[in-house]
Design a protein around this ligand. Structure first.
Ligand SMILES: Nc1ncnc2c1ncn2[C@@H]1O[C@H](COP(=O)(O)OP(=O)(O)OP(=O)(O)O)[C@@H](O)[C@H]1O
Ligand SMILES: [Mg+2]
Length: 137
């Protein structure tokens, strides 16, 4: 499925709709360059999961937890499975919904998950984005 977004608000709305459709624990692997809109997508995702907290980028925290339901990772500084083990990443699987920015930093990442979505955000212009959603299992 490919969505087109023309503003950060539209990306939030797309994330929200996506969030409403999620049933059960899964990993949401986000791909896309700096400023592609990954964090905005997660703002909507949280809304779609009825999480009222304000979502901000976890770049410096590595993971932000929301209501013990959504675990938001930023893997910008993570470059290997060893790093993932070091931050305790694998302890989070099955605790809730995991969403990861910079999934491209871990080649073959999807093979770690039973239920996952790959979502690529592609910059097409200053405000234009394409959002490609693929589910895998
Ligand atoms: N259609 C759009 N969707 C999302 N963001 C947009 C859009 N158009 C413009 N923007 C702007 O692009 C930026 C996206 O920022 P955001 O933090 O969501 O990106 P990111 O992919 O998480 O970046 P990073 O890799 O630094 O974490 C914001 O400044 C936002 O206002
Ligand atoms: Mg971000």
């Amino acid at each position: 499925m490919v969505y087109k977004s023309n503003s950060s608000d539209e990306t939030i709305n797309i994330g929200e709709k996506f969030g409403r459709g999620i049933a059960g624990n899964c990993a949401i692997l986000l791909y896309g360059e700096m400023g592609a809109g990954k964090t905005h997508f997660v703002k909507g995702l949280a809304r779609g999961l009825n999480i009222s907290a304000h979502v901000t980028s976890p770049t410096f925290a590595i993971v932000n937890e929301y209501e013990n339901k959504l675990f938001h990772f930023d893997l910008f500084r993570i470059t290997s499975f060893d790093d993932l083990y070091a931050i305790g990443f694998f302890d989070y699987i099955d605790r809730g919904i995991i969403v990861c920015e910079w999934s491209e930093n871990i080649p073959g990442f999807e093979s770690e998950f039973e239920n996952y979505y790959k979502i690529s955000l592609i910059k097409k212009g200053e405000n234009e984005r394409e959002i490609h959603v693929n589910s895998g299992a």
